[in-house]
Ligand binder design. Sequence first.
Ligand code: IPE
Ligand code: IPE
Ligand code: MG
Length: 224
Amino acid sequence: MNPLNHVAIIMDGNGRWGLKYKNSRNAGHKAGLNTVEKIIKGSIKNKISFLTLFAFSTENWKRPKKEINYLFALLENFLVNRVEELHKQNIKLKILGSKKFSPKLNKLLNNSEKKTSKNTKLQINLALNYGSKSELIDAFKKMKKNKSSISEKNLNKNLQTKNIPDPDLLIRTGNTKRLSNFLLWQLAYSEIFFEKKLWPAFNGKDFNRIIKDYKKIKRNFGKI
Ligand code: IPE
Ligand code: IPE
Ligand code: MG
């Protein structure tokens, strides 16, 4: 049985779900938040230490302003209403990606990280305005500036995911098989599950089913 320490998820399919059932992409984003709650619970039940959620990519700025504004309003709401409870549950929140949002949201994000920084049960990494290519470029720039030698270890230390082990398992919902600029370096040896269900339809049972299948995989890491 494989240990499971870190699960990363590309939460895709909100828009299609919303259009199909509520005639609105934004309604799909709202429904997607319920799935986030279910998967946080499922992660605790499965004793997972790190849960990384891809919530907004550097490419998602190309979407209509109305949708972007709605997404960030949802996020603000979530932080205002849910962080206290997450904190009580000993959950740590960390943001991946560059915090270039409204001053109000930046402050909320910083405060949420600070408040929960000592928590130890589960670390949730929320990837927001995150892109793997720019993360890698930034890391190489820092290494050049610090005159550090180019090595795997030094690169790891300069990524936003420093101190976070690589994901054991990547799940992408929404019936699409691509990485969309997510954790390209860190996923080098992750087990990848592409799930047909759209994110708002995904639930704890689906999560458990994937975890069960993951645990049975023979992970080789190049060996036999
Ligand atoms: C993923 O769902 C959530 C974000 C990118 C914010 P989408 O909004 O991409 O949903 P689809 O893929 O259009 O259905
Ligand atoms: C990936 O989904 C980003 C997030 C889930 C936040 P997208 O829906 O943006 O990916 P593409 O554009 O279809 O590849
Ligand atoms: Mg999508």
